[in-house]
Design a binder for this molecule. Structure first.
Ligand SMILES: *Cc1c(COP(=O)(O)O)cnc(C)c1O
Length: 434
């Protein structure tokens, strides 16, 4: 049947199809489901085998005793391990990230937990860029040490020598098993130079005989504006709750990498019960169809809003948007690694927390909430919310001051967002307007 191969078609002649095109088709064959153009939601916990021999074969594959057939993660057994809706989005996210394989999890934190528990052992050391997403900070600094896993960190991902000395220093505590980074980092949009990190890992491998694994949280820009696996990072991790889900109506996560690398992550997901349910998986398949246009539009609006804030007539503002950060080293890494900015950025005003709160209260379109990457624009005061658990001296060091305000630009018309900001800036900061 011609359709049997069409559903995994990624080329026409020599022309490689783009991810945007394949989001509507790849990995799902309508002929399997009464011709239904869209995949049904497979609301089942278990799958029937045609024969007991087939059941035995599926267990061999699932347990890793036999390799999975080419282009397939293995037979369907039980929905904690695998189900059709999660397989479809694993295939499709891999196309976008440029990785061989993906493992979808029930949240971004679930994805991080699966990575850490798959690859860290008591006595190991994990080195992180700092600061990371609050939940990741808690997991690495508070949870892992209870299992005798020590931590190290570096603060400037553009400083190759600094990263190398941080890894060497961490190596004094034990085997450095993993480097976990976030690039760009929230809320400052700071970057880690992937090529520099890979050179540092080469040096550590020569010195110790062991190459630490590299993991990058790619939630902020990926996969539309940044792919990390093709840049030599071992694993990309996503909170799909943000741009990929994109409508602030679900929680999910993912890990992308080579099939070999993800074997242990997949096994950990099954053992700990971290798989995503069929209905949310189906929602992600719908979100993936519009991911590229949503992120492009949000980025265009984000640039316009950032430009307006930079030029605003009321108060001096420092803009922490990738296109506006004036630092040569930053700009060269940004141009090498990224195809565009995320629509999440911060601006810094020389004001008190009370003034920042007054400003936020004077906005009417922006909703005051944590999270990012949804269709609606959000405003957040990281110092008192997402980063309130970070010690004040650390917050100051990373520039998360009382006057730092983060925006996530959504899909409203940018002119309306700018009018909303203009109004709030005027009421809050223009002394002549009273
Ligand atoms: C939200 C977020 C996470 C955690 O993801 P959940 O889906 O909320 O579990 C991790 N990293 C970053 C950068 C995030 O924004």
């Amino acid at each position: 049947m011609a359709n049997d191969t069409n559903y995994k078609k990624d080329k026409i002649g020599n022309h490689a199809l783009k991810p945007e095109t394949m989001m509507m088709s790849y990995g799902y064959n309508p002929q399997f489901s009464e011709g239904s153009v869209k995949p049904p939601v497979f609301l089942t916990s278990t799958f029937a085998y045609q024969t007991p021999e087939e059941g035995e074969e599926s267990f061999h594959i699932m347990a890793g005793r036999k390799p999975a057939p080419e282009g397939n993660v293995g037979g369907l057994i039980y929905s904690r391990f695998n189900h059709p809706n999660v397989e479809i989005i694993e295939d499709r996210l891999s196309l976008f990230e440029g990785s061989e394989s993906s493992v979808i999890c029930s949240s971004g934190m679930g994805a991080i937990s699966a990575i850490l528990l798959a690859y860290l052992r008591p006595g190991d050391v994990i080195v992180q860029s700092a600061p990371l997403y609050g939940g990741t900070e808690t997991l690495i600094r508070k949870f892992l040490p209870q299992f005798n896993i020590q931590t190290g960190e570096f603060h400037n991902g553009l400083d190759e020598a600094g990263m190398l000395s941080a890894l060497r220093e961490a190596g004094n505590k034990g085997r450095v098993a993993m480097v976990f980074i976030e690039s760009p980092a929230n809320p400052t949009n700071s970057l880690v130079d992937f090529a520099a990190l890979n050179r540092v890992l080469d040096v550590i491998e020569r010195e110790t005989g062991h190459r630490p694994l590299s993991v990058c949280d790619n939630t902020l820009m990926g996969p539309v504006f940044q792919q990390v696996v093709p840049h030599g990072i071992d694993m990309a991790m996503y909170s799909l709750t943000k741009y990929v889900g994109g409508h602030s109506d679900l929680v999910a996560g993912a890990v992308c990498g080579s099939r070999d690398m993800l074997k242990a992550v997949r096994a950990t997901r099954g053992a700990l019960g971290l798989n995503l349910d069929p209905h949310t998986s189906w929602m992600i398949s719908r979100s993936l169809e519009t991911l590229s246009i949503r992120m492009q539009r949000a980025a265009d609006s984000g640039r316009k809003v950032a430009q307006w804030i930079a030029d605003n007539p009321y108060i001096k503002a420092t803009i922490l948007h990738p296109d506006f950060i004036e630092n040569d080293a930053y700009q060269s890494v940004y141009k090498r690694q990224c195809l565009g900015p995320s629509s999440t950025f911060s601006f810094v005003l020389d004001i008190s927390k009370a003034d920042a709160f007054r400003f936020i209260n004077n906005l009417s379109i922006f909703k005051s909430a944590v999270s990012l990457g949804g269709t609606e624009s959000l405003v957040c005061h990281p110092g008192s919310t997402t980063h309130s658990g970070v010690a004040p001296d650390m917050r100051a060091k990373f520039g998360v001051t009382d006057g730092l305000i983060r925006l996530s630009i959504g899909l409203e018309h940018p002119d309306d967002l700018i009018v909303d900001l203009d109004n709030a800036f005027k009421i809050t900061f223009d002394s002549t307007s009273d």
